[in-house]
Design a protein around this ligand. Structure first.
Ligand SMILES: NC(=O)c1ccc[n+]([C@@H]2O[C@H](COP(=O)([O-])OP(=O)(O)OC[C@H]3O[C@@H](n4cnc5c(N)ncnc54)[C@H](O)[C@@H]3O)[C@@H](O)[C@H]2O)c1
Ligand SMILES: O=P(O)(O)OC[C@H](O)CO
Length: 324
């Protein structure tokens, strides 16, 4: 919608014919963005071939569990001049890899970027001032995305640390669940601040191990998105945590939200990888025990008080990822 407002011809591919019709006839997407008026140059279509053929820049915004399947469908339609941008914040549930790894497997184009940041969709649609980060090692990709998306209310910053930006966007969903849980338990602000800061340390420790720049975590895609998602009931991940903290089961919380909460799959993948690589992640491991192994709620937040880690910001120093 921002791109259409900027005067670009935009095709939005979707499977549901009724939704295509609704958007094209009324300018509304009542299922996902009720109340937001869409620009008339935004053309919804169920014809994937046409949407790809007509576009020089393709934003892939599909939940992570279907991302690979959709990219396999578009791969034969791609050409070397097309840019591919992921806005998805999660891991492939089939194997430990990021969305940009899936994009890179296409044989036609390696002009790839990742867009991430504190970007709650409903706030963007409502015109709230918002910042985001385009990460790519390709300058052409970064400048094209900035040109397409910059507006009076949407500002795009650049980063070359694609791994860090993408990992930050995926990992923070785990900690949004933890924060939703903590909020439901009515913890104080000291506790919330401690949870969020230790979350940032934990995310960074994991990401630095996989090649990210720790400084990325001080930016919009790191700290920025962590603050937004850990504080807002607009976040589906936060809402999952809040519902569980209020006594609901994981399944009923996810079902009630009816939209993707990426943090649940991300948690499974990350805890498994952290164990393989001996990375110390007490909050993620505690949440995993709570959600998947029936552990008690109070042990999760309490785990911060008994952990072996004693350094404040060890992930960004020469102490590296060593335990305290
Ligand atoms: N909503 C936000 O505020 C927001 C902001 C930034 C990033 N993201 C990320 O974007 C990704 C998608 O989230 P969302 O908010 O759009 O989720 P959503 O649950 O609101 O919507 C998902 C959409 O994808 C469609 N879809 C699912 N599987 C598909 C398939 N195989 N083929 C075609 N379409 C399919 C669904 O029909 C639905 O329209 C997630 O990784 C999320 O973390 C979301
Ligand atoms: O609704 P969530 O929890 O998927 O969060 C949406 C965005 O990632 C916020 O930046």
């Amino acid at each position: 919608n921002i791109m259409a407002n900027n005067g670009y011809q935009v095709s939005q591919w979707m499977r549901n014919e009724q939704q295509v019709e609704e958007i094209n006839l009324t300018g509304l997407n009542s299922r996902y963005l009720p109340g937001a008026e869409l620009h008339h140059e935004l053309l919804a279509t169920s014809n994937l071939e046409q949407a790809i053929k007509d576009s020089d820049t393709i934003f892939v915004s599909i939940p992570s569990k279907s991302f690979e399947q959709v990219v396999e469908r578009i791969a034969p339609l791609l050409t070397a001049d097309k840019l591919l941008i992921s806005t998805t914040k999660g891991f492939n549930p089939n194997r430990f890899e990021l969305m940009s790894d899936i994009l890179r497997r296409n044989p036609a184009t390696q002009q790839i970027g990742v867009l991430s940041g504190p970007n709650l969709a409903k706030e963007i649609a409502a015109g709230q001032i918002t910042g985001s980060v385009i990460a790519s090692d390709d300058e052409k990709v970064r400048s094209r995305v900035i040109e397409l998306l910059k507006s009076k209310t949407f500002r795009v910053y650049e980063n070359v640390d694609s791994t860090g930006v993408e990992l930050a966007g995926a990992l923070k969903n785990i900690y949004a669940i933890v924060c939703g849980l903590a909020k439901a338990l009515k913890v104080g602000e000291n506790t919330m601040a401690m949870i969020m800061t230790r979350s940032l340390a934990e995310m960074s420790r994991f990401a630095v191990h996989f090649g990210a720049n720790p400084m990325t975590f001080l930016g919009l895609a790191g700290m920025g998105d962590l603050i937004a998602t850990c504080s807002s009931p607009l976040s589906r991940n936060y809402r999952v945590g809040f519902a569980i903290g209020s006594g609901q089961s994981l399944d009923s919380a996810v079902e009630e939200i009816g939209e993707v909460a990426e943090g649940v799959n991300t948690l499974r993948m990350v805890v498994e990888e952290a164990s393989k690589h001996q990375l110390y992640m007490p909050l993620a491991v505690g949440l995993s025990r709570l959600l998947f192994d029936g552990a008690k709620l109070d042990t999760l937040i309490g785990s911060m008080m008994t952990g072996e880690q004693k350094w404040d910001v060890e992930f960004a120093t020469e102490k590296g990822t060593k335990h305290g």
